[in-house]
Design a protein around this ligand. Structure first.
Ligand SMILES: Cc1ncc(COP(=O)(O)O)c(C=O)c1O
Length: 396
């Protein structure tokens, strides 16, 4: 879409009329299940702080210690003078954690995906992606000018049918789909990528920390390693509670990214203190498996309660539990009604999800209690008695 200066107001009006206008909420105080949002204390089910580490005292102390030791800003890009021993140590720990030869830090998951895909593919290539992949994976292919081809969600057979042999450079998928919570069929993608001699990239933003032994992610959960999936992308702003991201893989892959990934090369390195904080949270995430157990308990309780209420929940065993509304208007209506009850759940609408699949994206954190889940269920139950002007009822 292109917009001239005189088009802006009209386009903003169009978004409002289509129930697609979005505005950030303003939080005061720490991240957690009970944030102070626009001055009001809410019970929130919106964050990706799955293990409840964003506000962990030891992670906060590590950040402060890091700032005392390394200053706040990194001062330059990694390839200039921005790469500190804190970054280096974190990269080594992430490589070890993911069972790969090396890892490379990026400032965000968005930038990691842009960097790795555009470093490895070009105009003559085809990149195949799951239709519901995160925007950053799709944008990485667009930036590389490769031909982006999207296969039906979680459908390896559809992918196999689409591959026409030559110049298939890369197949990319979310490990856990960010808006649906389901797992990608990675074991079935492995032989397809191998036959096509293509890279297989799994972005495990929502699996790391949450799934697998010591939170090693969806690949560990599925029994897959670097042999099967040579490129692993992970983010640090979700289960690990800090910020940033990394790509993990072979020595040659990481060296190639250092030489070629523009979103690594042409940007200031993240603050070293953040690396110190992430080292702390990575350790806690690995050691404290009770956080994953609690998540599983909360998810089971929620799904059992939702089934009793007849709520339309797709299959998901992860902390991401989408409640499909259909239209943007309906999702907004549910979200607003919950908000009146003091519960914050965001309405997710196009372009984040496909047209007609607007939803409430409910997400759980180990910092939630079973009482929080019960309060949410009670509130969702009350949505069943919607009045005509607020839209249709949820569930049976
Ligand atoms: C699957 C996936 N990849 C990448 C990202 C981007 O990560 P970041 O928020 O660190 O930019 C997200 C979410 O934001 C995501 O859900």
């Amino acid at each position: 879409m292109s917009l001239s200066r005189s088009d802006l107001a009209g386009e903003l009006d169009r978004l409002r009329e289509a129930h697609l206008y979005r505005t950030p909420r303003t939080l005061a105080g720490p991240q957690g299940p009970r944030p102070l949002v626009d001055g009001r204390r809410m019970l929130a089910f919106c964050s990706n702080d799955y293990l409840g580490l964003a506000n962990h005292p030891r992670v906060i102390a590590a950040l402060k210690r890091g700032a005392d030791t390394y200053s706040v800003g990194s001062g330059a890009a990694h390839l200039v003078t921005g790469h500190s021993i804190a970054h280096q140590a974190l990269e080594e720990e992430l490589a070890d954690f993911t069972g790969r030869a090396r890892a490379l830090l990026f400032s965000s998951g968005y930038l990691a995906n842009l960097g790795v895909i555009s470093a490895l593919t070009g105009r003559a290539d085809q990149v195949f992606e799951d239709r519901l992949n995160h925007a950053s994976l799709l944008d990485g292919a667009r930036l590389s000018r490769a031909r982006l081809r999207r296969y039906a969600h979680a459908d390896p057979r559809a992918l196999a049918r689409m591959l026409d042999g030559d110049q298939v450079r890369l197949i990319a998928t979310d490990g856990v789909f960010s808006m649906d919570g389901d797992l990608a069929p990675v074991p079935e993608l492995v032989p397809i990528a191998r036959r096509a001699d293509a890279w297989l990239l799994v972005d495990d933003a929502h699996g790391l920390g949450v799934l697998g032994e010591e939170g090693r992610g969806s690949l560990d959960h599925l029994g897959l390693g670097p042999e099967q999936v040579p490129i692993l992308v992970g983010t640090l702003g979700k289960a690990f509670g800090t910020a940033g991201a990394f790509v993990a893989g072979s020595r040659e892959l990481i060296e190639t990214l250092i030489q070629r990934a523009r979103s690594y090369i042409f940007t200031t390195a993240p603050p070293p203190a953040l690396a110190v904080a992430t080292r702390e949270s990575l350790g806690i995430a690995q050691r404290e498996s009770w956080r994953r157990e609690r998540l599983r308990l909360l998810i089971r309780r929620f799904r059992a309660g939702a089934a009793e209420l007849g709520l339309p929940l797709p299959d998901s065993a992860t902390p991401i539990q989408p409640l499909i509304a259909g239209t943007a208007r309906q999702a907004l209506s549910w979200s607003r009604r919950l908000e009146r009850l003091g519960i914050l759940v965001m309405a997710i609408r196009p372009p984040t999800v496909p047209e007609g699949s607007s939803r409430l994206r409910i997400s759980f954190s180990a910092a939630h209690t079973t009482e929080d889940v019960d309060r949410l269920l009670e509130a969702l139950g009350s949505l069943r008695h919607e009045t005509p002007e607020t839209g249709s009822a949820v569930g049976r």
